[in-house]
Design a protein around this ligand. Structure first.
Ligand SMILES: [Zn+2]
Length: 111
């Protein structure tokens, strides 16, 4: 799988480690989005919330010195707190003017 190969080092796929944090953000976003009253929900805003959250998660995916790689994950509570802050930040300061807004699916529509 090509996307998996991109994350290989010396034949070892690091995608699983990467995905653990990233997938948690995606899942948490899905569960919190319906509660975000007044949130724009377009592609730009969704991507901004994701990027802001992912970059605020501790970047220590791996504990050095451990024989087995243990992805170091923030607690569920930490993740939700960071995500709520990201939603609030993007809602207050969307990365586009209202006129720029790209047409996006309404947040309730699910493909
Ligand atoms: Zn938007």
């Amino acid at each position: 799988m090509e996307s998996e190969e991109k994350y290989q080092v010396n034949g070892v796929s690091l995608e699983r480690i990467r995905n653990r944090n990233e997938l948690r953000v995606v899942k948490a976003m899905r569960s919190m989005l319906p509660e975000q009253e007044g949130f724009c929900g377009c592609r730009v805003c969704i991507e901004d919330v994701y990027a802001a959250t992912a970059s605020n998660i501790p970047a220590h995916y791996v504990q050095f010195g451990a024989i087995i790689l243990h992805p170091k994950l923030p607690s569920e509570e930490d993740l939700m707190t960071i995500l709520a802050e990201s939603f609030a930040k993007v809602r207050e300061h969307p990365n586009h003017s209202v006129a720029d807004k790209e047409p996006g699916p309404p947040q309730s529509a699910k493909a």
